[in-house]
Every structure is written in C-alpha cells, then in structure tokens.
Design a protein around this ligand. Structure first.
Ligand code: GLU
Length: 425
C-alpha cells in the first residue's frame, strides 16, 4: 500500500512568494544587475474589475475579475484565464510571471500574463458562465488584442469560454478577430493538437528526463495528480509509452492499482460521470487523497494545482523524478529537501510549456489564415520541448544548480538581454 500522509499539513500557500524566491536565486547566480532585477520583478499592468452578472434566479451577483500583465519585453503578453474560488491578485501575479519565464524557456516570442475570475464554475449554469465570460471580455477589451495580450484556457476554462471571448471581443471591433485568443474550438480557428498539447509536452519532457536518469519506461511506475485536461492527457500519453500508471486522482480522491490503471477506461468513466472519478472501482480508493504525492512510484506528475508538495510531505516522497504538469505545484520550502534527497524535479515553466507552445502555433496559423496538419504541430512542439530541456539540462550542469534554477537562469537571461536592447525611458 502507498504511504499515507498523517494529516494534510501545509505551508502557507503563497505562489507569489514561491515564484519570487526562485527568481531571486536565479538572478543571484546569473549576477543580474539591480536595475534589470527591479524591472523584471514588477508586473507592468494589473487590472481588477467588478462584474455584475444576472444569475438564473434573477438576482445580481458581483464577481471579481483580474488580468495581470507581467512582461511584454519578448512580445505581446500571453497566458490563460482561470475560473476558480481560489483566484486572487497574488496568485494571478505569480501565474503571470510564470508565463513570462515559460515563454522565454521555450523561446517563443511572447511576454507573460494571466487572468482569472473568483468563481466556482461547477456550481454555475452554462448561461451564467457565458454571461460572466462575456462581461469579463468586455471589461478587458482594451487590454486584450492579437498584438497586445492573448488569453487562453487555464483551470476551469476551455474551448467554449475561448469561443465566447473571441465572439465578444470581435463585436467590439466590428470584425472577427480569431487571433485574440488561443485554445479555441477547432471550427473557430483552434489548432489541431492544442487540447492535448500540455499533456503531450509533459510526457516528452518526462521521457527526456528519464533517459538522463536511465529509467526505462517499461520498468517505470507513475502517479498523476489531477485528472483534468493536463493530468488525464499526461496519464494517457505516459501509458502509451509503456509506463505503468499506478495512481491517479481528482477532487473526489486518489485511486491506486498496483497492476496499473487502464487510463482510456478511466477517462471514459470520468466522461460518463459528469467529469468526476467518484465511484471508480477499477482501482482502490486511498484513504487520503494527498497520499498520491508520497505513494510508492518512480515518477510523480503533479498536474492539479499549486503548493501540493511542501516541506511536510517532501521528506516522504518516494518518486525519484517529479515532472510538474501544474503551475507552481512545489512550494519553495520543499526545494532544498527534494534536492538533498536527490529527487530530480523538472520545473513547471519547462515541463508544462507544451500548451503555450501550441497556443503560439494556433496564433501563427490564425494570422496566416491556414491550418497546419497534426503531425506538423506535434513534430514542431516536440522539438521545441526537447531543445528547451537540453538547454536547461546543460545550464544546470554549467552552474551546478537544480533544473528549476537552471530554467529560471535560461529564462531570466533571455528576457534581461532583450530588455537591454530595447531599453527603458
Ligand atoms: N494556461 C496554460 C499555461 O499555464 C496555457 C497558456 C496559453 O496557452 O497561453 O501554460
């Protein structure tokens, strides 16, 4: 049986502090000058809006919406929109900065941004979500733009929300502007391969890291936390590559099968069960859903949310490789524990960059007015991911640092050198 965590003790969740402490460390190693440090540290724009929405019961409810643009040094800002009750300005600021570093690591010409609305989409009707999305888009219509700031899906949003956003934005311009947002449905200019792109990239990166660690797929077991777009696709791709997925989880709990879980079957179950694994019987339900982090597997993929790996559970992690599918799943307080235990961590800003990479391809296709075949999308995104991994790996060796610090060094170096050319006031 996998290790069970005694109690869900957590460090104070603060993704912004976690992001900043990694940024500081990499900036120090890189010898970044003070002025550039201060420029890169502060987001360029933070927008907070109140969105009064008529709910289905006829009452008006006011929601808070955010968009933070962290940087536009490399190009127009790019980043998803999150619908979740935990959304707040500090979280959005951290997520926006992560997008800057992510785009820089994979070398695509975008700055970083993130948006979100504090809401629980699971408790809202389709009509309520549509009105909220349209109100948010209208409130942000001066912020968004195909050459300014390009949103995309994130936790709690998907192609339908992106379609409403594209439609509402287009109305303000009096013409269809499909390049204003990525992650759209295929028929509206979405890209082939975009829905599964993040999970595919996580898998490409996991295999590249496994090769360095001499882990054979056929002899590797894995646990994937989160069974949404990123988690389920990653689990599917990993199992197609011969890795045994012993544990999966979602909000309903964590599930374990020592012989391996049939991921196609689990996805079919979830889809027939209103998106939840609740009641899934092909695997044993673990007493504590957090136990998935410390269960007995070789590869751990946290693909749910922030701060799930922290100083309390890091000493008990049994995996030798962690590949971060989520943004910010490891609290900075766990970094030293994991590195002293020789656990290799491939950081979020590298591991989950497959999504924004194919978003970039979607934007390019929209601007060219054509569609690429799936094999071109996959071939190009796989190459970008592998090249980025090799660059970060070599940087880690050069500076004698973890892959996380190395990824930040690669990213900060790139953004800082562009800033020096562009200059300030
Ligand atoms: N929300 C995704 C991320 O965090 C995708 C962003 C995008 O495609 O712009 O990377």
């Amino acid at each position: 049986m996998p290790y069970k965590e005694p109690a869900p003790i957590k460090d104070k969740d603060n993704p912004l502090e976690s992001m900043m402490s990694r940024f500081d460390e990499a900036a120090r190693k890189l010898g970044l000058d003070n002025e550039t440090y201060t420029v890169l540290k502060n987001p360029v724009k933070q927008v907070v809006v109140s969105l009064p929405i008529t709910m289905d019961n006829g009452k008006i409810k006011v929601f808070e919406g955010y968009r933070v643009i962290h940087s536009t040094i490399l190009g127009p800002s790019k980043g998803g929109i999150r619908y979740d009750m935990g959304v707040n300005i500090n979280e959005v600021k951290a997520l926006a900065a992560w997008m800057t570093w992510k785009c820089a690591v994979v070398d695509i010409p975008y700055g970083g941004a993130k948006g979100g609305i504090t809401c629980n989409p699971r408790e809202m009707s389709k009509g309520e979500i549509e009105r909220l999305t349209r109100a948010y888009t209208l409130a942000m219509s001066d912020i968004f733009g195909p050459d300014k700031d390009i949103p995309a899906p994130d936790m709690g949003t998907g192609p339908q929300e992106m379609a409403w956003l594209m439609d509402e934005y287009s109305k303000t311009k009096g013409m269809t502007v499909n390049a204003v947002v990525t992650g759209k449905p295929l028929v509206l200019g979405g890209s082939l391969g975009r829905p599964e792109a993040t999970g595919r990239g996580v898998t490409v990166i996991a295999l590249a890291a496994m090769e360095k660690l001499k882990m054979l797929p056929s002899k590797t077991s894995a646990a994937v936390q989160g069974f949404g777009n990123v988690g389920a696709n990653t689990a599917q791709f990993l199992s197609e590559r011969g890795i045994t997925i012993k544990s999966i989880s979602d909000l309903s709990g964590a599930y374990w099968n020592d012989k391996g879980i049939d991921i196609k079957d689990a996805i079919a179950y979830r889809d027939a069960n209103r998106g939840s694994l609740e009641g899934y019987t092909e695997a044993e339900k673990m007493g504590d859903a957090n136990g998935i982090i410390t269960c007995a597997v070789d590869l751990l993929v946290p693909a749910a949310t922030e701060d799930v790996i922290h100083s309390h559970n890091a000493p008990h992690i049994q995996a030798k490789l962690i590949v971060e599918g989520a943004n910010g799943p490891t609290n900075a307080s766990a970094d030293d524990i994991l590195s002293s235990r020789h656990i290799t961590v491939v950081p979020d800003i590298l591991a989950n960059a497959g999504g924004v990479t194919v978003s970039y391809f979607e934007w390019v296709q929209n601007r060219l007015g054509l569609r690429w075949p799936l094999d071109r999308v996959n071939r190009r995104s796989d190459k970008i991911m592998v090249d980025a991994f090799e660059k970060v790996y070599a940087t880690a060796k050069q500076y004698k640092v973890t892959l996380r610090t190395a990824a930040y060094i690669v990213a900060i170096d790139k953004v800082a050198s562009c800033y020096k050319f562009r200059g300030g006031f």
